[in-house]
Design a binder for this molecule. Structure first.
Ligand code: NDP
Length: 293
């Protein structure tokens, strides 16, 4: 069934934290009838002034519309909130961050209650919601039919990227990207720690660091190509043996500058293990084997 182009799809939203409130405002601004519920009712007051219908209970909010979007703190809060609701016939889109296993279990749980389920992983912070040029988007996985049916509505707060029928895939993509982000933040923390030991302006260093990270980022495409082909020596630009030989420079510099190497050493250790077990002509891709085998 296609969405009516004149009457915007009505949305029920459970959860008005920082993210839920941003989602609510985006749907209200786009003219979608919106029913909201939040455990702490005060947080709904401003949205009521902006046109949202405020339900007294989660059950009443769920009863109001077919499309029920959930954006709560964690999976446990979703269990608590849905406990007294009748989900039969509802289309549940859960944007609460969780693990792939939680998403799969939730999909089964929702299905057992006669409803359909789509999981989402939000790749945005609240100020990016409702701002298409921000680049924010949401990974979706689970029922493709549900995704297609509501895509236009779901695209109001942020872009939509569907990653598969497995309900766990949105969470897996979400966590994978955020894990890479933490690796980047860890590297940046070490870099700032190094330059802070000298009279170097962090504000002058920051653009150099940002540009370098951007310049290095496309290396992930080579990694993907090597993983697909199984040939980790394909198109190598910096051999593993050369890179391992260079690690003392990093560790000695850290020591000389009085900086703890603890963010670097786990990765260097994996590089060394791979070199000991494998081929020095490889790229760094073999490290992935050590993590997964
Ligand atoms: P907040 O901490 O601002 O809000 C948490 C929400 O969960 C509130 O509505 C809160 O209700 C509700 N809640 C917590 N525990 C329970 C419970 N036991 N029963 C019922 N309701 C409960 O978090 P955000 O809005 O920022 O985040 C919501 C989701 O969005 C999270 O899963 C988060 O990981 C995800 N997300 C957030 C991002 C961000 O930058 N903020 C970025 C990407 C994803 P109450 O008001 O009563 O406390």
């Amino acid at each position: 069934m296609t969405q009516n182009l004149v009457e915007k799809t009505p949305v029920t939203l459970l959860g008005l934290g920082a993210m839920g409130t941003a989602l609510a405002r985006a749907w209200l601004a786009a003219g979608h009838p919106l029913t909201v519920w939040n455990r702490t009712p005060d947080r709904a007051a401003a949205l009521a002034d902006e046109g949202a219908r405020v339900a007294d209970t989660a059950a009443a909010a769920v009863a109001a519309n077919s499309l029920v979007v959930i954006c709560l703190l964690d999976d446990a809060s979703v269990t608590e909130t849905l406990a007294g609701t009748d989900l039969a016939g509802r289309d549940v889109v859960d944007l609460t961050t969780g693990t792939p296993a939680e998403a799969r279990a939730r999909a089964r749980w929702v299905s057992e209650r006669g409803a359909r389920h789509l999981d989402g992983g939000i790749m945005a912070v609240p100020p990016m919601i409702g701002v298409p040029e921000s680049g924010g988007y949401v990974f979706y996985s689970g029922s493709h039919e549900l995704f297609e049916r509501y895509q236009e509505t779901l695209a109001v707060p942020a872009g939509t990227t569907y990653v598969g029928e497995d309900p766990g895939f949105a969470a897996l993509h979400d966590v994978a990207l955020l894990s890479a982000m933490y690796g980047m933040f860890a590297g940046a923390a070490h870099a700032f720690a190094l330059i802070r030991t000298e009279d170097i302006d962090p504000a002058a260093f920051a653009p150099l660091l940002a540009d370098w990270l951007v310049a290095m980022a496309p290396a992930v495409h080579r990694t993907a190509d090597q993983l697909r082909s199984g040939d980790y020596t394909k198109d190598v630009v910096s051999r593993l043996s050369m890179q391992v030989a260079g690690t003392p420079t990093f560790l000695n510099t850290a020591e000389q500058q009085g900086v703890s190497p603890e963010l670097l050493t786990p990765y260097f250790e994996l590089m060394r293990r791979r070199l000991a077990e494998g081929d020095g002509e490889e790229d760094l891709t073999g490290v992935i084997d050590l993590l997964t085998h």
